[in-house]
Ligand binder design. Structure first.
Ligand code: CMP
Length: 189
């Protein structure tokens, strides 16, 4: 499966409610890696620019005012199918429709104050990541994914002519090349 990156924002209602740790815990339990993160107070201009695609919507003023009400936690998540995986962890935009076990079901108040944002496509993820993080603040190759892999039984390792060790261990020829990202690392803004 493809290793992707996606942008997460923990919104003001969730930072006000002291839910940052709980939300990040749910993200990590879903197998996503947090590869960059910062807490910041958005300006009106930043909130308007980030949500520019919604500028014509009737809720735009309410949305941008809410997003600068308190600090937010912005992070880049990486993992297999990160965009879809994180959207599953978040739950439906309107918490009234969110499944049990999702972030929005647990913490969101309503469709306006819905605790988290996540990119909706790989293309938008690249744009949104670049909005907050210059490439210099991101690892250029994916971090190691997958929990510790099973060690080969010694017999199998002997047959293969190698030492027993993690299936991903570097071989005699040197370290494995890094995985390739499905969507390349974000560009500098
Ligand atoms: P988010 O995933 O951050 O993307 C756009 C945001 O607009 C969305 O979450 C909601 O917070 C907000 N939004 C969407 N629909 C409404 C609505 N009807 N009223 C207020 N805010 C909304």
């Amino acid at each position: 499966m493809a290793i992707e990156r996606t942008l997460s924002i923990i919104k003001p209602d969730a930072t006000e409610g002291n839910h940052i740790g709980d939300i990040l815990g749910m993200v990590e339990k879903a197998g996503l890696k947090i590869i960059a993160m910062k807490m910041m107070h958005l300006s009106q201009a930043q909130a308007e620019a980030f949500y520019a695609v919604h500028a014509e919507r009737p809720f735009f003023g309410e949305l941008t005012e809410f997003m600068r009400r308190s600090p937010v936690v912005v992070s880049v998540l990486e993992g297999e199918n990160a965009v879809a995986t994180y959207r599953e962890v978040m739950g439906a935009t309107n918490p009234a429709n969110a499944d049990e076990g999702t972030i929005r079901k647990a913490f969101a108040k309503d469709v306006g104050e819905n605790s988290v944002h996540g990119s909706d496509s790989q293309e938008n993820a690249a744009i949104e990541i670049a909005f907050f993080f210059p490439a210099s603040q991101l690892p250029c190759a994916p971090l190691f994914h997958g929990a510790r892999r099973a060690r080969r039984p010694p017999g199998v390792a002997a047959q293969l002519g190698g030492r027993a060790g993690p299936a991903h261990a570097d071989g005699p020829g040197g370290p494995r090349p890094p995985h390739r990202l499905a969507a390349g690392p974000a560009a500098s803004p």
